[in-house]
Design a protein around this ligand. Sequence first.
Ligand code: CFM
Ligand code: HCA
Length: 536
Amino acid sequence: PDALREQMLEGLPAKTLRKRSKQILENDPDSPLVIGANTRTIPGIITQRGCTYAGCRGVVIGPIHDILHITHGPVGCSYYSWQTRRNLARTSELGKANFLQYCMTTDMQEDHIVFGGEKRLAAAIREAYELFKPKAISVYATCPVGLIGDDIHSVCREASKELGINVFGFSCEGYKGVSQSAGHHIANNGVFKHMIGLDDAPVGEDADAPFKINILGEYNIGGDAWEIDTLLRKCGVRVLATLSGGVTYDEITSCHQADLNVVMCHRSINYMAEMMETKFGIPWFKVNFIGADSTAKSLRKIAQYFGDENLIARTEEVIAQEMEAIREVRLEVKARHQGKKAALFVGGSRAHHYQDLFADIGMETISAGYEFAHRDDYEGRDVLPSIKVDADSRNIEELHVDPDPERFRPRISPEAKAKMIANGFSFSDYQGMMKEMKKRALVIDDISHHELEKLIETWKPDIIGSGIKDKYIVEKMGVPCKQLHSYDYGGPYAAFTGAANFYKEVDRMLSSKVWGYVVPPWVKDRKIGEPAAVVA
Ligand code: CFM
Ligand code: HCA
């Protein structure tokens, strides 16, 4: 790892070198080093990151499918958020609204930049309302809106009075933070202020269900949330809301009635978990439904939380059935690919979660990193108090939350909670990625294309999990690359059923002979048919 790290850093100017050195570390699971994370990408380095608007509008709120999302800005911003992320919602239920296929924008022009765009936004909200009569409208600010100072929040308040529906805005200008992560935080604050807790009416058919939970940080990419929901139902657990995947406005406004929040993607939604606990008394813990073994572990933890004998027994039955159903394919794929090496560079949670899925089939992750996660996602939440708040993070509002005078209700008594903790049960937890990776694995934050090339040349991973911006470069180097954001239009990969899909997909990719015949355009002497070295 030392030599490879040197190669990656070689030739960088002094200041850049200092910064990148902190972001590329040799792992020690027993005492993770301090990693440089959630800091600005140095201009000139090719990063896979996105902007704050993408994290807010695209990731966290966009998947709410029965409200209208209006982007206030130039057409490009909204065009790029138009169905580019595979957050699915059912379109087939008659009479139910699903606006996901639409893309709404104020299409700002130069004269709006010069003279202001508030009137245009007000008109757009009115027009959209007339056409679709939605329950709520959400407005998103893009970079130029922040720069010229349009007050989207007062436009939203006025529109709300005029139309009699919930209209709220997000100051999620692309430049607000160092990555999409800032957009997650802004989105969490807005959803908490404008949606959570609005509706105290009993939650429909689920009102009497004995075990009610929310899943936070699951965005139904490729249908993952549906697999998880089906699985939990089999065990006897009801999901009131999945934030935000295949979810409706009403589910979100009433989800504060749950008994528990479980968190899939810690990075994008830890804020919400904490705020809901403070205001309503709903405890939370981290789960992972990616990988069969992790899914079983997560189900057991949920059953253990409720402590109900029948639920625990039913959960064990379901785990046994589901494990049996995928046993054969898992063993078959494992027999072919055990010992092969993966490297994962994805977002703010999947680079960790998918290690478990590869581990199911005996594959090791030799290097991994997030695009925009924070130190706690690498080193574990116990480092939270020691994270220095820099100017870029201070820019993002930190909501002050108090217990709700009427509705705060601890779901378990402090004594019972203390007893559970004493018995080894953990709440509000996330251990981070580094403690679960092997010693000497290379952990790389916000990896650049140059570093990825060095990794491929030197360590020759058998498969890489990554995103669209580097997928084809990796494949031209003769290494299969699985898109772990969009799933290459495949999936679902969550829960047991999804895990089996993934085993088959990895088997297909690793068994293909095609990679050896890839001749990249930068190889001068192209000899098709002659297996290419990983790199020329
Ligand atoms: Fe969380 Fe996500 Fe991810 Fe993320 Fe994303 Fe995504 Fe991702 Mo792309 S919320 S951090 S901002 S799990 S869009 S569904 S795939 S980078 S690893
Ligand atoms: C985003 C969305 C993205 C991009 C994926 C990629 C997604 O960051 O705005 O770079 O391949 O999952 O669609 O993360």
